[in-house]
Design a protein around this ligand. Sequence first.
Ligand code: ATP
Ligand code: MG
Length: 428
Amino acid sequence: MPTRAIVVHYHELWLKGRNRLFFLNRLSDALRRILEGLPVDRIGRPGDRILVWLGEGADTAEALRRIERVLGVAYFAPAQTVERDLDAICAAAWEELKDEPFATFAVRAKRSDKSFPYRSSEIERAVGAYLLARLREAGRDARVNLGSPDRTCRVEITPGPVLVYARKIPGPGGLPAKTGGKMVCLLSGGFDSAVAAYKLMKRGAHLVFVHFYGTGAQPGESSIHVARELTRQLTPYQLTANLFLVPFEPIQREIVRYAPEDTRVLLYRRMMLRIAAGFAERTRALALLTGDSLGQVASQTLENMIAVDRAVPLNVFRPLVGDDKQEILAVAQRIGTYDISSEPFHDCCPVFLPRSPSLRATAEELECAEAGLDIPALVRQGVETATFERYRLVNGRVERIARKAPQLAPAPAVEAERAFHQEPAAKD
Ligand code: ATP
Ligand code: MG
């Protein structure tokens, strides 16, 4: 009896040489987690693929929907596992194709288990001829086209089961979750930072999200719900997520009080990076991540981005730096953050904005501009007034667990921050 399964293919992972097993284990873990709650008999690795054996009563469509968000998957397909027998393969191929609309088709076979008595080309010819006869019988005039068929039926003779499938679905590609190190992502609620987050998650990074919100919002206008929804939307890709919510307006008010007007937005950014660095230290993240794109707005000129980064000793990654807005919005659409970021919300950054912001600041100018601020105290305030939420996948749905920010004493990030600022030479 054929069994229902899902075949999962990856490609880039093969480049990883001796680390291959580490990546494959992470990919299997991610599949196991995303399919939690669905009857799955087993997840195995016959040859160069992963196979999910679905259990009794499994909802295949639901399983397929979930796997669409598993990073590292190049493509996947509902498949049948059949006996090592040509007749069984032909019957399964017909089952896979009989309800599909197409005018041309091809059969592609791959025999990695050479003990199977037929060569790949023989399997292709036999199954192709069988399908053609059945199609004729059913009154369809479909033809074989090996060059660019509408539909391809695949037969894989693996060292384990024999697989037959024809409904291939593209996966997101990239590298599996939790293979690329941890970073803190500054998540604003706009389009860009959510897409930036996705791009680095897709390279295996695990992100801790930090959102800064204003307190002047009208009820229902707060940016917090947007940050929460974005985190919820992004969580399946990395399976779990932490979100820090920082009340930013008191800090902005200090900046507005003590610093020159044209540097305000850059000083907001520097404070955001410093506070994010505080969370990086607490969560053992190694770098920061933002959604800046070169020249998109005044604060994102090359000079300004460099001057902003000098506030922190960590690397700040900007995966969208070379992307156009159109490219960014297309990704946002694809990953489902577009509609969330389109919601109106109260953005803390435009508050108290100058009419003509500085376009080419230097780190030294910004350091002068913030000379009147007690930076370590403001960083501590940001870190300590933040609230903390944890998100995780439970039976395919994202659950939010609200918590107060963990109070870790002494605050190492603040101490590091102070030391960093007492040594101007280190910044130049
Ligand atoms: P986005 O679409 O991500 O908001 P943007 O093009 O609007 O980006 P800015 O508002 O200048 O650009 O913000 C640049 C980056 O700074 C953002 O991509 C994000 O990483 C970070 N950032 C800005 N505002 C916030 C905020 N309120 N909370 C967290 N991060 C923020
Ligand atoms: Mg923004």
